[in-house]
Write a protein that binds this ligand. Sequence first.
Ligand code: 3HC
Ligand code: NAI
Length: 700
Amino acid sequence: MTAEYKVNGDVAVITLANPPVNGLGLATRQGITEGLAKAQADDSVKAIVITGAGKAFSGGADIKEFGTPKALQEPNLLSVIAAVENSAKPVVAAIHSVCMGGGLELALGCHYRVVAPGTSIALPEVKLGLLPGAGGTQRLPRVLGVETALNMIVSGEAVKSELLAAAPGQKLFDKVAASPGSLMDEAISFARSVAGQGAALPRVRDLPCKHPQGDAYFGFARNMVKGMAKNYPAPVKCVDAVEAATKLKFDAGMAEERRLFIELMMTPESSALRHLFMAERAASRIPDVAEDTPKREIRSVGVIGAGTMGGGISMNFLNAGIPVRILEMKQEALDRGVATIRKNYESQVKRGKLKQDKYDERMALLSTTLNYDDLRDCDLVIEAVFEELGVKEAVFKELDRVAKPGAILASNTSTLDVDKIAAFTQRPQDVVGMHFFSPANVMKLLEVVRGKETAKDVLATVMALAKKIKKTAVVSGVCDGFIGNRMIEQYSRQAGFLLDEGATPEQVDKAMEKFGMAMGPFRMGDLAGNDIGWAIRKRRATERADMKYSRTADKLCELGRFGQKTGAGWYDYQAGKRDAIPSPVVVELIEKHRKDEGITPRQIADEELEQRLVYALVNEGAHILEDGIATKSGDIDMVYLTGYGFPIWRGGPMHYAGQVGLYNVAESMRRFARNPRDDGKFWEPAPLIQKLVAEGKSFD
Ligand code: 3HC
Ligand code: NAI
């Protein structure tokens, strides 16, 4: 049983006890109804208090139960709330810390609510692509007014209890406790004070729910929400449900809420958002690293290299209040790097995003040096120097000489072998890859590259540190490109073949942007620099001569068209602007290339463009799982959602493939295999895909 029942004099206390956040799973729901029944049967009990153990009143319905038979099994949340509301003895919710989703709906079913200051109150279901499905859309407007309630429901954002308690006319809280520590005593006294009053118990459902200009207001709200959430169906349904609260009788409104909730539960968008919620949290768990692994303390960080990456990486730690010392080879490089950091912060101050005192605090945490000995006290050193193994070797040998025992030595390399880098030191167990994405102070993704000797406590420390600097960390094994870039290489290869066969860069980019990618592959190439892929292909020519590429990208680079930085790439750019203008030079280049190769171009439908690019990611993702480079498909999705602009509402490439159905994905791959441009192997479904298809499973 995950709810405890205790009697305190004449008050029964039901305490939800389902760590970590008292999710309202089946056993907890049973615990509540059984507690209620006991309290009704006990004549000495005059009132009931419901509260939550630990760090939450309740985080809401148990998300882990969604889609399982338990979610539907009685008593479901609606039945529990009905039992609370129909209790003959007054029920008081003692709310603290976090009261969200179904937790708030449960509290709204209680006759009275006493709240601790500082409690986060929310109906965050919209963030899971849902709407509150246990009366939230019908009861919250009755206690907070339609507009405040709708804002909370559509945004899903938490509001502090004291703010809501201060709202004129609010009926959400009957009492605010003096402090979290006194909440239970105050709630029990309150329960006693309302027990046996004889009058009918107050029920939120009986309160009126009206808006003076309902039609105009809801019309306006619906238009606003539609404009802001065009790929998400839930926010508009939230408006529909709250409007129903104002127009229908309570029970009819509840039925309408239920209908909309079930409709949303079936949408691919909700499935994607729920997957994201779980995958994000699961990413920080590493199968063979126990959660209680002791972590090393990181009180100061050294960064080597004050270039593009070194500066951004430093800012992450400064933002988190951790002192940073940057090392460079020359004073000018240091000055340039510090000036860039300063400029970045100053622009935040100008835009009102950062207060002056915070800016001063952050800059005061930054120091610089030209001398390795000054890094001797750092708990973590991150190297971000030129991408050449020889340069990395010199740096890591120096680090090995000066760093204190137990210091973590990290490399931000994007392509080099972390095991080789670790072998430059006498302490490979302390070496790890920390692959930030550019701009490093903005991008959420951090690939944590686990070398074959990386110690478990180093991994545990870096994963915890990532949270502190607000990054989504995903563990990758050592391989060329790690998770993200290894997959993007296949995506880019496929994009090249599409040009050979008849597509234009613009057509491909438009199709992928319509699919939801933040940027199509060619605009992305222009942004990152086409010379990066060129260098990789040159390397491949010796390492993997069997791997075929379209020659269009090489020909583009031979013209010096590296992208935005050279003012021309797959597109033309005007000075100082980022707009991609289709280029006649590129069209000519591609057409000539086709002629040289004897290709007759064909019209390629957007659907084929989209499928070939996304399934190229999926197939390589499957190989990455087979090779043990990623341990969970959700990790791959997190990489793509946070680092590569994959549309959130599609849940990442691996989840999306499951939505399409792996059987369908594999069939499409077989159809594409007739494509003569690749090396004949590109579209062979990965063995893992074939196995999952045979078992009728998906990656999830
Ligand atoms: N059900 C089950 N588990 C939940 C949960 C929930 N509603 N909310 C959080 N958890 C779990 C997380 O999965 C995580 O588990 P893990 O440690 O095994 O990875 C753990 O609780 C801690 O979560 P966080 O890392 O997010 O911890 P924080 O302290 O940062 O945040 C929180 C706590 C504010 C409760 C945050 O977890 C949160 O926002 N949760 C989602 C709340 C939510 O969306 N509720 C609505 C659910 S849908 C619903 O109620 C439908 C109803 O209307 C019918
Ligand atoms: P950069 O060229 O902007 O900066 C490198 C800096 O390192 C320069 O300031 C240089 O003076 C300094 N440096 C070189 N050798 C040094 C040495 N021996 N000691 C001290 N300082 C030295 O390069 P960038 O883009 O910052 O890349 C750095 C690393 O980050 C590379 O390994 C790169 O592969 C990786 N990376 C780059 C990304 C990007 O988008 N630019 C993304 C992710 C990783």
